[in-house]
Write a protein that binds this ligand. Structure first.
Ligand SMILES: CC(C)(COP(=O)(O)OP(=O)(O)OC[C@H]1O[C@@H](n2cnc3c(N)ncnc32)[C@H](O)[C@@H]1OP(=O)(O)O)[C@@H](O)C(=O)NCCC(=O)NCCS
Length: 183
């Protein structure tokens, strides 16, 4: 990566963090509508591709390279999720084979989420992940690769456990037995 693009990235990151501070306070005060209204604008301004309007993105969720992330309409991303789009392990591997490198090298690969996707708390979304439409990722999962639409997955590495239809029926049964809460 060239020196000036590194500097541009650093300035962008600092600007993003500073702009996010008041939004973080709004989220902590449970002013989620206001928080989301401004956060969506900030993410767009930083180069994230938003195909529609996210329902919620946790204030403590971390995005590596905002311009390598694409989100579909109505996505929900819980708190403490990590979107990894870079990987410096390539440098370690190349050094191990005797390569002479002028500086560290990262592989950079994007992430895309389709429409109506839910990502559970503390999940990690790995570089080069493409998630389809109507997908639920359980809390604490590690997701990579292509995830088909209409599925529910959990674990590390995340595996499909239900179709979205099966999960919707389970949710309906839970709601019928009085477990729901309206927000
Ligand atoms: C994945 C999920 C949607 C499934 O919900 P569910 O239908 O109620 O599933 P159950 O609790 O009956 O679990 C089904 C199986 O998956 C396992 N499981 C459920 N969630 C899991 C998770 N996050 N990680 C690992 N395993 C999980 C259960 O242990 C169970 O396994 P078993 O059949 O071997 O006993 C839910 O567990 C989840 O993770 N939701 C996200 C919660 C969250 O992030 N909340 C914060 C933001 S709103």
């Amino acid at each position: 990566m060239k020196k000036h693009s590194r500097l541009k990235r650093l300035v962008g990151r600092i600007g993003f963090r500073l702009a996010k501070l008041p939004l973080y306070c709004l989220a902590m005060l449970n002013q989620h509508r206001l928080y989301m209204r401004f956060y969506v604008r900030l993410l767009r301004a930083q180069g994230m591709k938003l195909n529609g309007t996210p329902r919620y993105i946790g204030a403590t969720t971390y995005f590596d390279d905002l311009d390598h992330v694409e989100l579909g309409d109505r996505v929900v991303i819980s708190d403490d999720v990590i979107f990894l789009t870079h990987d410096y392990s390539a440098t370690t591997a190349l050094l191990a084979t005797g390569a002479v490198l002028k500086s560290d090298i990262a592989l950079v690969r994007g992430i895309s989420l389709g429409r109506n996707v839910f990502i559970g708390k503390r999940s990690i979304i790995m570089p080069n992940t493409q998630i389809g439409d109507n997908v639920v990722v359980g809390a604490g999962s590690v997701v990579r690769g292509k995830v088909p639409s209409d599925s529910v997955l959990i674990g590390n590495p995340a595996k499909i456990i239900f179709t979205i239809q099966e999960y919707a029926e389970r949710c309906q049964r839970s709601l019928d037995s009085g477990l729901g809460r309206l927000d």
